[in-house]
Each structure stands twice: as C-alpha cells, then as structure tokens.
Design a protein around this ligand. Structure first.
Ligand code: X8Z
Ligand code: ZN
Length: 659
C-alpha cells in the first residue's frame, strides 16, 4: 500500500522520545519556558521521522503477515501495531501545534503539514476507543478477505466448472484435486467430475471473490451472472455494524486532530482546502462526463441486443452485466461490444495463455518494461518475499497491493495473479507503486509518499498505456496488429471500457463516504444513498431488488479496508497527462493514442525524476517537473479518446442517450 498501513507503531512509547513540546521542566519557573524556535521544529521533525519509520515498519510487518495469513492472532497483532501508530501520530500532531505561526524552512514546514494530514485511522482522545478502532479496522479487512458465497450445488455448476477448466492454465490446476478434476473433464466423465467437485457428497458449493470474479468476467449467462453478483453481495451485511462503529470512532479521532470529520481529513490531503478539493473533483468530472455518457449509450444498446427483454434501451444498465463485480471497468464484455468484429487481434488473455505465460512471468514482464525505460531492477528480495499467487492452504487478502515494508527497499507485491490481461495491467499498476517506493526511499519517511495519492496510483497505469498492441506484437504476444481505422476504433473501445467506464465509479466511492462521515447519510440510508449515486453517476442499477439488510458498498474492498478512493479517479486523469509528458520526452510526434514509450530512456528519466521527489514538495511542483503544467487536466485523456468519441456520437445518433 502506498502508506504504511499507516497504522504502524513501535511498541514502546516513543512519545518520551519525541519529547516534543516538552513542557518546561517542572522545577523551572513557568515564565522561563522557552518559546519554541525554528531549530526546535527541525529537530522535532527529525525525531518524528525516525520514530515513524520504526512504527510504520512494525505495523507493515504485522499487516503483511496478517494479509497473507488471516487468523485471529494475526488480526490482533495487526490491530496492536496499528494502535501504536495511531497513538503516536495523534500525540505528535498535537505537539506540532507549538510551532504554529513560526517561520520555518520549507522542508520542516512541509513535513509538519504532512504529519498533520497523515492519520489514516485518526485516534480518538481515549485509549479504549483507539484500541477498538484499530481492532475494527483489522476485522473488517479480514472479513472481506475471507468472504465466500456458499450455496447448494446446481446441475448448471457442472457446465461452469467445465468451462473454467477449459480455460485454466497448467499452473492454476497444479493441485491434486484439480488435476483429478481436469482428468475427469478430459474424459468427459460426469460421474468423476461430480465426485471431484463435491457435488456427489452434497458439500455446499463455496466460491471466493476470485472464483466469482471469473464468472463475472467470462460468463454471458444472465442467471449465472446474477447468482455470482448476488452471492458476493451476501458477504457484506456482516460488515455493516463494524463499519458504523468505525465511522463514529474515526470521526471522533478526526475531530481530535482538528478536522470537521474523517471526510474533511481525507479532502485535506491535496494542498488545498476540502471545499476546493470537492470543487476540483467536480470540475474534472465535468470534463469527462460527456465522453462517459457517449460510451454508456453505445454499450447499453449493445447489451440490450444481447440480453433482449432484460436490458432496455433506456434507463440504467443492470450492474451484473458489465463484466466486473462492481461495474467499475467493463473491458471484459468487449466481445459483446466490439465495434468491428474481428478487426485487430486484441485478445491478450488468449495470447498470453497460448504463449504458456505463467503467473511469475506476468510479474517479470512488468519489471522488464520498467527496466527497459532505464529504471532499476527490482531487488532480489522482491522475488523471494512477494506473494504472487493465492496460497491454497490459508486465508489471505487477495486484493492486489504494493508494499514497502521497511521504507528502505524491502518492496513486495501481494497479488493472486491469474494469467489474463487484467492481471498484466494490474502488475504494471502495482509496480508503479514499487518504483515510486524505490526512487524516494532515501527521503525522510514523511516525504516517502506520492506527491498526492493520485500520483501514486497513476504511475503504473501511465506506464501501462505504453503496453499497447504494437508493443505486445514486438514481444511476440499479439500476432497481427492492423493499422486501419476500424482496428483503431476497436482498440479505443477496449481501452475506454476500462479507462472511461471507471470514471464515475472512481468519483462516487468517496462522494458516498464523504456524506457518511459528515452525517448527511444516516446508517439506515447507507444502501439507498449508494444506489442513488450509482444511478446518478454511473447510470447503473442493482441486479436485483436489494434485501433490507444489504450493505452493498461493503462488498467493495476499499470500504471495509478504509482506503480512500478519490485517488483512483484522479489517477485515471493524471495517467494521460503523464503518458503525454513521457511521449513528448521521447520525441514522439503522432497521435497520443498510438504512442508507446517502451524502451525510451528519456521518458524513463523524466518519470524517475518526478518519482524521486516523493511528497517533498506540493504536488503542482511534481506535476510541473514531469509535464510542465501545474493543473490536473482531462484534456490529454479527451485527446487520447478523440477518435472514439467522434465515432460514438455518430453511432448514437438514433439513440436516446442518458438514463
Ligand atoms: O485497488 C486498486 C489497486 C491497488 S491500489 C489494485 N485499484 C482500484 C480498484 O481495484 O478498485 C486499481 C484500480 C482501482
Ligand atoms: Zn494502487
């Protein structure tokens, strides 16, 4: 994760250590208490940086073990370490106020600012409540990680099991039970297949998020999709009571640290006021909304043709038909949407499998891309300590994440890689985090962050924009890459189904939480407010009438995991700005959508120069270093998709768009 699960802390109360606003010696007369000086502030910052490095490391170690081995014990150890960070951070923030009003050198001033906005779990002014908040946060992530949907077997499950096996890679069927299953399928032996799947034994059919995700991405069967969607959404009602308590405790902590509520704290992290940040998000959304509406209109028409009678040519799209559990990225339904069938060979998943690429190779392909840009190789420990595939014998949090455990190059990723295009792109995304860590790790720990969190999320994606068909063709993964108008529209459609479709989802996740934190949305309205936003911004509706206890936002990782989400919205926009800047640095002159900076050292240097700044300067300075500008701007994204948008407008002429 981009920040120390922020919660880390080293046992022993370094607070004594920090000795910050050391009250005047008790024996000294009060009047003699020295007024803090800029030199004191500098020394304070240095101590806090040193202490936090240890606390964050302890917390990250505990969290790593917990996230790769969820048990009651690891859950508690993580909560304990998190609690220590919370206590320390709250205390240090209060101590720092003694320097308010002093003229400080730029680095000290910046470090104190970053400290004040650093708490991901802000500690209430009460030890028991702080411990409770840490525990709840740990529990919520575990519940999500362990989530499974169990029901009795249905005959149709056999067909699905066969289909899944037909596309499975050798590595993913390595376990003995799967090998048996595979042999059974190979022999079309229904009885053995039944035995192998547990059907004959009447064991319940349990599926985790990875299995349900596979249904969402590859099935076109309305009922199978509905079952997977409904099934995953049964894991979250259990999370709601914890979430409610977390909202109230985190808010208490935010007030304790000087913020109106936790949403205000999150919105304060962008070198502007919370109100300005909200306006900035709205401005950027306004730039891209027309493109999203054009895409929605075309996709809905195609789905209406495919799911006749179930999807209408007006109104919102049912949430389970877009190839993704949260309808956040839609490229998995590209085969249904493909504008010019057969033009261009864009099935990267099939190509990877045909090439015999395995899970580790997917990760190596990512590293190679960065190295060819002139960036460093990953340390050896990355390969020995990362979790690249889902262990078969224990519960883990599969949601992909990147870690810098020691803030000194002990970098790792945690992923349950499957060999497909989504995972190839996600590996680049995670490695973007890892390269940020690697390039700023000589900085004090408070500067070991992205310029803002959207920068951190944008790096790998910006690089992955160069992993285009031309590049994959050079690698020998894609065969023919036709260079004509129809192939271009196909390619742009596929890109837009991920990049553009995501935008309203990226925006609404925190719009929902901002109003939860500030109390405008009461707990009894959580689900209603969620679906109002999903309809308003995404133009989608629930796949089925929602049960009274539904807590659908809790079925999305970042909500139980307490990870703010505006960063991903910003990253979708920034990554096109970064891509353009790297293409300019490479001397590229053609249209933005055709540029790949693969292998270009000048582009790599531009990127790594910005990475090395970390959070040491306000983000506009980092943006300027890479792009020359100081504003976030969707113009490069719109420029990239200009051919598609023109084409969509033509196609949609006979449609009544909107919902
Ligand atoms: O959570 C992630 C990354 C880890 S930072 C895999 N992403 C968001 C999501 O999955 O919802 C990347 C895209 C958006
Ligand atoms: Zn990320």
């Amino acid at each position: 994760m981009t920040k120390p699960f922020l919660l880390a802390a080293a046992g022993v109360l370094l607070l004594g250590n920090v000795a910050l606003a050391a009250p005047a010696d008790s024996k000294a007369p009060v009047a003699a208490a020295a007024k803090p000086t800029p030199a004191d502030a500098k020394a304070f910052v240095q101590r806090v940086n040193d202490d936090l490095k240890k606390l964050y490391t302890d917390a990250a170690r505990a969290d790593w073990v917990k996230s790769t081995y969820i048990t009651e014990d690891t859950e508690i150890l993580t909560a304990d370490a998190a609690e220590k960070v919370m206590v320390y951070t709250a205390k240090a923030i209060k101590e720092a106020t003694q320097f308010d009003g002093l003229t400080l050198d730029a680095d000290t001033d910046r470090a104190i600012h970053l400290l004040k906005i650093s708490a991901d779990l802000p500690a209430p002014n009460d030890a028991a409540k702080t411990a409770e908040l840490a525990k709840i946060a740990s529990q919520m992530t575990s519940l999500y990680g362990k989530g499974k949907y169990c029901r009795a077997w249905k005959p149709s499950d056999l067909e699905e099991a066969k289909a899944a096996l037909a596309t499975a890679t050798a590595a993913s069927v390595a376990a003995p039970e799967d090998a048996g299953l595979k042999a059974a399928v190979g022999q079309a032996d229904a009885a053995r297949l039944e035995a192998a799947t547990g059907l004959a034994k009447k064991a319940p059919h349990c599926r985790d998020l990875e299995q349900l995700t596979n249904v969402m991405s590859s099935s076109r069967n309305y009922d199978a999709l509905l079952d997977a969607w409904n099934g995953w959404h049964t894991i979250s009602p259990e999370i709601q009571p914890l979430f409610q308590k977390y909202v109230s405790l985190a808010n208490e902590g935010s007030v304790n640290l000087g913020f109106a509520d936790t949403g205000a704290l999150w919105k304060s992290r962008y070198d502007m006021t919370p109100a300005q940040f909200e306006a900035e998000m709205e401005r950027l959304w306004g730039q891209v909304k027309p493109l999203y509406e054009d895409l929605h209109c075309y996709v809905r028409a195609k789905l209406a043709a495919r799911y006749e009678g179930k999807v209408k040519n007006s109104g919102p799209i049912p949430a389970h038909l877009l190839g993704n559990m949260w309808a956040q990225e839609w490229a998995n339904v590209y085969p249904l949407i493909e504008p010019y069938p057969g033009e261009g060979s864009l099935d990267v998943t099939a190509a990877l499998k045909a090439k015999g690429v395995d899970e580790a190779k997917v990760a190596h392909m990512g590293e190679d891309f960065f190295v060819n840009l002139g960036l460093k190789r990953l340390p050896e420990t990355f390969w020995t300590r990362s979790m690249l595939t889902k262990p078969r014998d224990r519960e883990v949090v599969c949601h992909a994440s990147a870690w810098d455990v020691t803030y000194a190059n002990d970098v790792r990723i945690k992923m349950c890689i499957q060999v497909d295009e989504d995972n190839l792109i996600t590996v680049h995304h995670e490695l973007g985090h890892i390269y940020y860590y690697q390039y700023y790790n000589d900085k004090p720990v408070l500067f070991q962050q992205g310029a803002h969190d959207g920068f951190h999320e944008a790096i790998g994606d910006a690089v992955a924009l160069s992993v285009n068909p031309t590049y994959l063709n050079q690698l020998g993964i894609l065969k023919d890459v036709p260079n004509n108008e129809k192939a271009l529209i196909n390619l742009q459609m596929k890109d837009a189904l991920d990049k553009v479709a995501f935008l309203p989802f990226g925006y609404l996740m925190d719009k929902w939480r901002w109003d939860v934190f500030n109390g405008k949305t009461k707990s009894s309205e959580y689900n209603k407010s969620w679906w109002n936003l999903r309809k308003k911004y995404q133009g989608i509706e629930p796949a089925s009438a929602r049960p009274v206890n539904a807590f659908d936002p809790g079925a999305k990782y970042h909500i139980p995991a307490n990870v703010p989400y505006a960063r991903y919205f910003l990253a979708r926009i920034l990554q096109f700005q970064f891509h353009k800047a790297m293409c300019d640095a490479a001397g590229y002159k053609g249209p933005l959508h055709s540029c790949s900076v693969a292998g270009n050292k000048a582009a790599g240097k531009k990127l790594s120069d910005m990475l090395a700044m970390g959070a040491s300067k306000p983000w506009p300075e980092a943006l300027q270093k890479l792009t020359g500008g100081t504003q976030m701007d969707a113009a490069p994204l719109l420029d990239y998709f200009a051919p598609l948008q023109k084409w969509l407008k033509e196609q949609n002429k006979s449609q009544k768009c909107g919902w």
